[in-house]
Design a binder for this molecule. Structure first.
Ligand code: FPP
Ligand code: MG
Length: 283
């Protein structure tokens, strides 16, 4: 089981600061803060998504119930923001608060649109941009700010992070159809049963033949789908090229991120960031 989390966001912050030759110590604390904000958001997300398992273990929500879980997420979140005030850079707290608001907007929009079978690809991309790519992007931007990046370099790093985050979330959503529960540390076909319409399903609803599309809609409209209905949807999604299409989309974002990072001079950090773009596709 994957029990520790991948710690991608702090790794991004550390690498981006070092990419620009940062020599101070602030990057250590700041990298823990982006991970804490991420963790707080997952603690809350498991209430919203009613997820019982996280990282191979009982989720906090399943163990303690919603009341304690909300408070624990709030506590971790507010501690992280408080600690960010220790930075010399006022901008950092501004970035962290504004992207947190964007993450909430993303979650709210996703929740509001759940079960909406007319969800368009661009709405889906907008949701994942807000809920996931924004923190990836902020982690890179903060690394850049610590490393005294020029405005242009800072924006490049933010753009790199945003594309990487898009790719990451598309793969995450793909793994809900194709993943292995042991490696993921969470069960699959959860998005479907929670009414979350992600890219493989959007593709299916827009590109499959009428019969399959009708059947998928029928199955999705059932209350409390059983395992059999979910497996039937999975079979249709697997048969029409939706998974390939989704993987290609993730590749597009990953390639964009590599392209951006290749503009920076060669260094160990630049190479690591470039490899990360590849690794994101290979989960
Ligand atoms: C996981 O998505 C959730 C997120 C990436 C963002 C969650 C954001 C919030 C709850 C709002 C912001 C809160 C704070 C404290 C800043 P997922 O459900 O697709 O992934 P999963 O399958 O791993 O649960
Ligand atoms: Mg979730």
């Amino acid at each position: 089981f994957q029990t520790n989390g991948k710690r991608i966001r702090p790794a991004l912050l550390l690498l981006c600061s070092k990419l620009l030759g940062y020599k101070g110590k602030e990057h250590i604390l700041m990298s823990t803060l982006v991970e804490a904000i991420h963790t707080a958001s997952l603690i809350h997300d498991d209430i919203i998504d009613n997820s019982k398992i996280r990282r191979g273990k009982e989720s906090i929500h399943a163990r303690w119930g919603p009341n304690i879980t909300v408070l624990l997420g709030d506590y971790l979140y507010i501690k992280a923001l408080g600690l960010s005030l220790q930075s010399k850079h006022r901008q950092i707290i501004q970035i962290l608060t504004s992207i947190s608001a964007r993450m909430v907007e993303g979650e709210l929009t996703e929740y509001y649109l759940s079960g909406n079978l007319e969800l368009a690809e661009k709405d889906y991309l907008d949701i994942i941009n807000k809920k996931t790519a924004s923190l990836f992007s902020a982690s890179c931007r903060i690394g850049g700010i610590l490393g005294k990046a020029s405005k242009k370099e800072e924006n490049y790093l933010a753009e790199y992070g945003a594309n990487l985050g898009m790719s990451f979330q598309i793969i995450d959503d793909l793994l809900d159809f194709t993943g292995d529960e042991k490696t993921l540390g969470k069960p699959i076909l959860c998005d479907l049963s929670e009414g979350r319409i992600t890219l493989p399903l959007i593709y299916t609803l827009n590109n499959d033949g009428r019969e399959n599309k009708k059947r998928v809609i029928e199955l999705l409209k059932q209350k409390n789908q059983d395992r059999e209905s979910l497996e039937e949807i999975l079979k249709i999604v697997k048969s029409n090229g939706a998974l390939d299409y989704t993987h290609k989309k993730a590749e597009e974002f990953s390639h964009k991120s590599r392209e951006i990072i290749s503009q920076f001079p060669k260094s160990a950090q630049q190479e690591a960031l470039s490899l990360l773009s590849e690794f994101i596709l290979k989960r």
